[in-house]
Write a protein that binds this ligand. Structure first.
Ligand code: SF4
Ligand code: SF4
Length: 243
């Protein structure tokens, strides 16, 4: 039976999402059994063929990237934004007002040669069929989505908070019992409460679920003694770009 062609591509990114795929171990071998991988940036040479399903990580910062995306969109049946940078601009889209200053600080001799524009989500350039959030993506959730896409069905997206996954794992609540500024109550589940399960508050990389009550969580953060600046900094990592 002919296997569907699948490609994985990187725009401006740390390649963290594609690295998650290369780290699928036995599941990666199973994936190669059911799909024909024509492109897996950083891990194998290109087969030089167009896929039917394209997974793209990273934000759009260069005009070449926008051109590439438009071409890809015309060729593929399904285009998937993979990772928070691809879905919203992610961490690379932090600090729109401070960017020039940061560039000058890091590259004092050469900052003027950087021609990249402000990072954009893929959906700001072309139509996207599915977004798989996360920084990086969650391997189990990625495989879940692939299973649906291969049947040409859109996967269901969890519409409840990370707290539910925390409870299912029996974790002690970091917000309630340790006073840590966890964003789990306003963040869409799907990661299996990855950070809280390791004793770290959720940073919100999956973005909000539909009924997320941000104002209420901000009130809780204030009651914990966080300053307005600290609260803004917590939300600025991922959440701000969803508002
Ligand atoms: S979403 Fe996170 S892991 Fe993926 S490219 Fe952006 S910074 Fe890297
Ligand atoms: S640790 Fe965070 S994600 Fe887990 S239950 Fe508490 S607030 Fe929710």
């Amino acid at each position: 039976m002919k296997k569907p062609k699948v490609g994985f591509y990187s725009l401006t990114s740390c390649s963290g999402d594609i690295l998650e795929i290369t780290n699928l171990e036995e599941d990666l071998l199973k994936l190669f059994e059911i799909v024909d991988v024509v492109e897996l940036n950083v891990a194998m040479p290109s087969a030089g063929a167009m896929p039917e399903i394209a997974f793209v990580e990273g934000a759009v910062t260069q005009s070449e990237e926008a051109r590439f995306l438009r071409k890809l969109r015309k060729e593929v049946k399904q285009l998937v934004a993979m990772g928070s940078c691809a879905c919203t601009g992610g961490v690379v889209a932090r600090g729109p007002k401070q960017r020039k200053g940061w560039l000058r600080d890091v590259y004092p001799e050469s900052w003027e040669i950087f021609k990249s524009g402000f990072p954009r989500a893929i959906k700001d350039v072309v139509q996207v069929d599915l977004e798989i959030p996360g920084c990086p993506i969650e391997r189990g959730y990625f495989l879940h989505c692939v299973g649906y896409l291969l049947r040409s069905v859109m996967p269901e997206v969890p519409n409840y908070p990370v707290c539910m996954e925390c409870k299912m794992k029996g974790n002690e609540c970091l917000l309630r019992y340790r006073g840590l500024p966890c964003l789990g109550p306003i963040t869409r589940a799907g990661c299996g409460a990855r950070q809280p399960s390791m004793g770290r508050p959720c940073d919100g990389c999956f973005g909000p679920y539909d009924d997320a009550n941000l104002d209420s969580l901000i009130d809780i953060f204030r009651s914990l003694g966080l300053s307005e600046r600290e609260i803004k900094s917590r939300l600025d990592l991922f959440w701000e770009r969803h508002r």
